[in-house]
Design a protein around this ligand. Sequence first.
Ligand code: NAD
Length: 454
Amino acid sequence: MNIINPATEEIIATIDEDTQETLHRKFEILQTGQIAWARQPLAERIKIILSFYHLLEDEIEYLAGVLTSEVGKPLNQSRNEINGARNRITWMLNNAEKYLSDEWMTIGEGLKEKITYEPLGVICNISAWNYPYLVGVNVFIPALLAGNAVMYKPSEFSTLTGIQIGKLLKQAGLPDQVFQTALGAKTTGEALLDMDFEGYFFTGSYQTGKYIYERVATKMVPCQLELGGKDPLYVADDVNDIEAVAASTADGAFYNNGQSCCAVERIYVHERIYDEYVNAFLKEVRSWKVGLPTEDGVYLGPLTRKNQIAILDQQVNEAIEKGAILQTGGKRSDGKGYYFEPTVLTDVTNEMRVMQEESFGPIIGIMKVKDDMEALKLMQDTQYGLTAAVYANEKERAERILNQINTGTGYWNCCDRVSAALPWSGRKHSGFGATLSHQGFRAFTKPKAWHMRE
Ligand code: NAD
């Protein structure tokens, strides 16, 4: 498999994909080690993950370079991602004992009741490329801490990073019998679905997630899906500082080239502040430096996947045909690399694809609304249910709207953020189950109820 640098279109590495045979061998290796790993005291497992955490810190410059070379995000955003993953690991290490230890529920006369949290066993993690450290860490760190063995399949677009993650975990002291990396694209993923894992944890698109869920259903094991979104954001007319709101929400839409599951994908603005907001938004977008992701000060590099350019082209063209106004951008940039100009469309409607289908790129539609009711109705109009955001001065006003939207996350005066302490979960086509928080530990366990009469 060729690994291509999306900024230069050069082949930067060629690696051997796993075959049916190598995958089976890796699976068998994991089966031999999982029980011993689960029997180790939690403190031992914590020690190894802590050592991984330090290696990420020591190697950050090299790792950020590798990540940027294959996904194209600016170097600084690669560093941010690795540091973000380290922060999540810290939270997990600090909370593992609290959420994985036995819980005594009742200690009555002659009867004791407790819950123990047993690992699922050998689990499979099929992962995405847009934040390989963050979405990877969400799964394999709590899974390992809980005593599972993990087959980790990085996306074919972040293979080199996946290899580095495997190397560093091994260097940290994690036995081969506990963590294996499955390399390749769709065929590798398909082969993993044929094996008898005791849990499937998927991060990726709705289409693949739905397919995986159907394929593994008859195995009767947990299957958790973290999928895409079409996340709406509403700016109410009582916000204090329109310029600051425009800058913050533009970042929420365009950070990592809009290639975030929780990127702002649709913006609704109260008519009273619409013109001022759009002007400030455009000023912000036009201030960004686009260029090689290795250059200082660059905010937008290339898209990771060439195929996405055609999808963005279609969304822009269809919107313009249906009456949208192209305020800036709108096409692929000239020259080498998978660059697409940062694009802002106004006068959009919810019937347009740009307001319905996940864009996953540097493009946003902004729409004027007359009041909160209209904003709410439009925000609800989606198959997805990952996040929704409201910028408003009055907290109750934001809560009233967010309470009526069927998403796993609500943001008031912020957007496009994830916290290790809070559950990360989608609804509807955005998936189900949760990573992070205490739920993100329990997801990798089977509770056992103990009724003990003396
Ligand atoms: P994708 O669905 O194309 O691929 C995801 C993974 O599935 C890859 O490892 C791929 O090789 C594998 N795969 C593809 N076809 C398969 C098959 N038939 N059987 C088994 N495995 C298969 O998604 P992507 O492009 O890597 O990621 C982008 C998507 O992920 C976006 O929709 C984004 O919103 C979503 N995402 C969601 C979250 C979240 O937490 N909710 C986080 C990151 C990304």
